[in-house]
Design a protein around this ligand. Structure first.
Ligand SMILES: [Zn+2]
Length: 317
């Protein structure tokens, strides 16, 4: 799993998959959403890698991942966006197997996989929204393409507004679009997009699945066993199952909390989050990575997504 593709939505799913008890009402929904999100992310990653390798355009090309562009009252999420001096293009990557039907009369979409019909969000409608948002935000014309990243996906009924292109053919398609003269300062456009805030959507997701702090397994996880809490003894974290030891394993638990619930941490919750009872041990553990905030009884977690990328990178490659 490429780091650029491990966004907060994916991380929230990975954390919940590990910490939600099997009996929780949303467990199976969380796991299936995570599977889809992982497939999507791997499709985007393969698309970006192929384009970096094979796309033949003069000058610089920027690939932006997971951009949230203001649109109407909210934002449009763009998974992958190509910015070049001659062409700006939103790539709606579909890494799915089966037969796809884009119904352009009532704008519904379904696929047939293993003989079963499965209705889904219409990629064409999503793409249209994304194209409008980027075009409005940058003030330039923007192209859009639906990319089939899986060779086991086949289009039976094609969309009307946007092309569907298989991954192998994508570099050629984009080179055709770019045939022309330099239209934009791509560095300026890319910088404008990069200045947008990365929106944290965990709160709504947690609410939808009825996931609260109390519903999760607490404690500092062993990075090897993954399911049992480590115990702080003799100035280090110890795993009673595999013998793993560490001085800073609690930092991952703090980062997990920050992804799900934000950076502000109530000190009372911190005892339960880390599974320690001793005040002085807790304060020492939080000293650097979650210092006191101005608010009484609150800590502020210093965000470091890299720790989570490393922790989950061992499982999701
Ligand atoms: Zn262990």
């Amino acid at each position: 799993m490429g780091r650029c593709c491990m966004n907060d939505f994916l991380l929230a799913g990975m954390i919940a998959a590990e910490r939600l008890p099997a009996a929780h009402e949303a467990k199976s929904a969380v796991l299936s959403e995570l599977r889809n999100a992982l497939a999507g992310a791997s499709g985007e990653q393969r698309t970006a890698a192929l384009l970096k390798r094979e796309l033949d355009l003069p000058g610089d090309t920027a690939f932006l991942h997971d951009v949230h562009v203001p649109y109407k009252d909210g934002t449009a999420q763009i998974d992958l966006l190509l910015v070049h001096a001659e062409v700006v293009c939103v790539l709606e990557v579909k890494n799915m197997v089966g037969e796809f039907y884009f119904d352009s009369v009532n704008f519904q979409f379904h696929r047939i996989v293993d003989g079963r019909r499965e209705g889904m969000r219409n990629p064409e409608a999503q793409l249209h929204r994304a194209v409008r948002a980027v075009s409005g935000f940058l003030g330039v014309p923007v192209h859009g393409v639906i990319v089939l990243a899986s060779r086991s996906g086949k289009v039976v009924e094609a969309p009307k507004q946007y092309p569907v292109i298989s991954l192998d053919y994508l570099p050629f398609h984009l080179e055709q679009l770019a045939k022309g003269s330099k239209l934009f300062d791509s560095a300026v456009l890319a910088a404008k997009l990069e200045s947008l805030p990365a929106r944290n959507s965990s709160r709504h997701w947690l609410e939808r699945h009825n996931i609260t702090f109390d519903s999760l397994r607490h404690g500092v996880s062993c990075p090897t066993c993954r399911c049992c809490p480590l115990v702080w003894q003799e100035r280090k974290w110890n795993c009673g199952v595999c013998g793993f030891t560490s001085r800073d394993a609690h930092e991952v638990a703090l980062q997990e909390y920050a992804v799900l619930f934000g950076c502000e941490l109530d000190t009372k919750l911190a005892y339960r989050l880390l599974g320690v009872e001793d005040k002085y041990i807790l304060y020492r553990l939080l000293e650097k990575t979650a210092p006191r905030s101005e608010k009484r009884g609150k800590r502020r977690i210093v965000e470091n997504r890299e720790l989570l990328h490393a922790y989950f990178g061992r499982v999701y490659r």
